[in-house]
Design a protein around this ligand. Structure first.
Ligand SMILES: Nc1ncnc2c1ncn2[C@@H]1O[C@H](COP(=O)(O)OP(=O)(O)OP(=O)(O)O)[C@@H](O)[C@H]1O
Ligand SMILES: [Mg+2]
Length: 167
C-alpha cells in the first residue's frame, strides 16, 4: 500500500495490547481496521487492545479461539471484532452479512482481512504483524485514505515521543 506508514516493534503480548489500545483511542465510528499476519502473529491481542482503547471493559473481551464470525462489544462506540479465517469464499463473506457492519455506527476490526481485500472499504487502516521471534512482533500500520493517514500520523508522533522517553 502507498501512503502513510508507521512501523514499530513489540516485545510481548502485553506491549501489542498496549499498542492496540493507543490505536483504539484514536478511532471513531466508521473506522475499519484490517488485521493481517500469520497464525499466532498477535492479531487477536491487537484487537483486544483496540477494544480497550474504545472503552470496552477488560473482563468482557473474548480472546480465546471461537467460532463466532463477529464478536460485538459496547464501548464508547460499538466495536465489531471479526475473523474471516473460516470463510471459504466471497459469497460466504456476503452471506454472513459482514459487509453491512462497515456501514453501521461503530468500529470494525477484521482478522485475516487479506483473504478478501476487495470486500473491504478503501478507507481501512491496515495493521500487518510479522513474527520476528517467539516474543517479538514487527507491526506495520498503513492506509491510503485521508482518514487512515490522519490516524497513522497521530500515532507515529506518539510513538516518536515514546522512543525519546526510552532513550
Ligand atoms: N509481541 C507479541 N505480540 C503479540 N503476541 C505475542 C507476542 N509475543 C508472543 N506472543 C504470543 O503469540 C500469540 C498470538 O496469538 P493471537 O491469538 O493474538 O494470534 P492471531 O494472529 O490472532 O492468530 P490466529 O490467526 O490463530 O487468529 C499468543 O500466544 C501470544 O502470547
Ligand atoms: Mg486470532
Amino acid at each position: 500500500m502507498n501512503g502513510e506508514c508507521v512501523t514499530t516493534t513489540t516485545g510481548s503480548a502485553e506491549e501489542t495490547i498496549a499498542l492496540g489500545r493507543r490505536v483504539g483511542r484514536a478511532l471513531r465510528s466508521g473506522d475499519v481496521v484490517a488485521l493481517v499476519g500469520r497464525l499466532g502473529s498477535g492479531k487477536t491481542w491487537f484487537a483486544k487492545g483496540l477494544a480497550l482503547g474504545l472503552g470496552v471493559p477488560d473482563g468482557v473481551v473474548v480472546t480465546s479461539p471461537s467460532f463466532a464470525l463477529v464478536n460485538e462489544y459496547e464501548g464508547r462506540v460499538p466495536f465489531y471484532h471479526m475473523d474471516a479465517y473460516r470463510l471459504e469464499s466471497k459469497d460466504a463473506f456476503v452471506a454472513a452479512g459482514l459487509e453491512e457492519f462497515f456501514y453501521e455506527d461503530g468500529v470494525v476490526a477484521m482478522e485475516w482481512a487479506d483473504l478478501f481485500p476487495e470486500m473491504l472499504p478503501e478507507h481501512r487502516i491496515e495493521v500487518r504483524l510479522e513474527v520476528v521471534d517467539e516474543t517479538t512482533r514487527r507491526i506495520f500500520l498503513t492506509g491510503r485514505s485521508n482518514r487512515a493517514a490522519e490516524i497513522i500520523r497521530a500515532l507515529s508522533m506518539e510513538e516518536e515521543g515514546r522512543s525519546k522517553e526510552w532513550r
